[in-house]
Design a protein around this ligand. Structure first.
Ligand code: C2E
Ligand code: CA
Ligand code: CA
Ligand code: CA
Length: 276
């Protein structure tokens, strides 16, 4: 028989190949899901802290797989990036998202729409063309469209990423730095790229508990004000935190306190119930 090490190795290899097979299958099904519009875009509102008025929403990807159940957006993006489906997926998000945005606009909701981009999207030669064509089709002002990028957005191809971001910004689209304060946090990034908004990561939102995060948040809001950009606090769950943020003059908040991400139809109902 095999010795223990060999057995472990065989088990490891089986496990690994199963994983690869599973991911490969999932990638194929993702492609089919995109083609069949089986994916869904949820909306999470962003609220003006002072007035309580909704100013826009962020699009968040949802996939309810018939066998696997809920697949998290992180997993979807991970698989899409690994298998090269990401460009296709992001084009789908942009097309669907902007069509929903246009619908809201026609109903009189002059909101912003925020779209998450992965760092791989910034290596796509066709991205800008797809955005421009879709925006022209739906006749929506570019300044109402926000692209959210994490601070690692430029890691794949810095030169190309920079030129895509600069081009979008010149065309009048808004750029938001997502998850600010986490990951490849560096101020060099802030000094090199045009942006209009900072989103403070939700890991800082234990403001009532952590003096340190409290100070970091206050400083980030002040930095945004000094730079002349908007600041959105993510993951606001309690009135207490909202009040602290308001005392720091944080302009915008997003989180479960106001609403969880909702399917488009539910979001429209939610908006219509709110006093404008
Ligand atoms: P993100 O862009 O940082 O999105 C915010 C996440 O925080 C969302 O998770 C949202 O549901 C969650 N969230 C919002 N408010 C609260 C709160 O008060 N408490 C807590 N605990 N969580 C809150 P979600 O929807 O699971 O998305 C996870 C990540 O997946 C996103 O993080 C984003 O990086 C990525 N993602 C989602 N949709 C897309 C997409 O269409 N394209 C790309 N490239 N990435 C996407
Ligand atoms: Ca985001
Ligand atoms: Ca975020
Ligand atoms: Ca995040």
């Amino acid at each position: 028989g095999r010795n223990k090490n060999e057995q472990c190795w065989v088990r490891y290899e089986q496990h690994k190949s199963e994983n690869v097979k599973k991911r490969f299958e999932l990638a194929g099904e993702l492609q089919t899901a995109i083609d069949n519009d089986d994916l869904e875009l949820f909306h999470q509102p962003q609220i003006n802290l002072k007035t309580g008025v909704v100013q826009g929403s962020e699009l968040l990807l949802r996939w309810n797989h018939s066998d696997l159940g809920y697949v998290s957006p992180e997993r979807i993006i991970d698989i899409a990036e690994e298998t090269g489906t990401i460009h296709h997926l992001t084009e789908w998000v942009i097309t669907q998202g902007l069509s929903q945005h246009a619908k809201l606009y026609r109903l009189g909701f002059e909101h912003t729409i925020s779209i998450n981009l992965s760092s791989k999207d910034l290596t796509d030669n066709g991205l800008i063309a797809h955005i421009l064509t879709t925006v022209a089709e739906y006749v929506i002002p570019p300044k109402t469209i926000v692209f959210e990028l994490t601070e690692s957005a430029t890691t794949n191809d810095p030169e190309m990423a920079k030129s895509v971001i600069t081009e979008l910004h010149q065309q009048g689209y808004k750029i938001a730095i997502d998850d600010f304060g986490t990951g490849y946090s560096n101020l060099d990034y802030l000094s090199q790229l045009p942006f209009d908004m900072l989103k403070i990561d939700r890991s800082f939102m234990n403001l009532a508990m952590s003096k340190r995060n409290n100070m970091i948040t206050e400083m980030t809001i002040a930095l945004g004000r000094r730079l002349g950009v908007s600041v959105v606090a993510e993951g606001v769950e309690t009135h207490e935190v909202a009040e602290i943020l308001n005392n720091f003059y944080c302009p915008v908040a997003q989180g479960y306190l106001y609403a969880k991400p909702m399917a488009f139809i539910d979001y429209m109902r939610w908006l219509q119930k709110k006093p404008k």
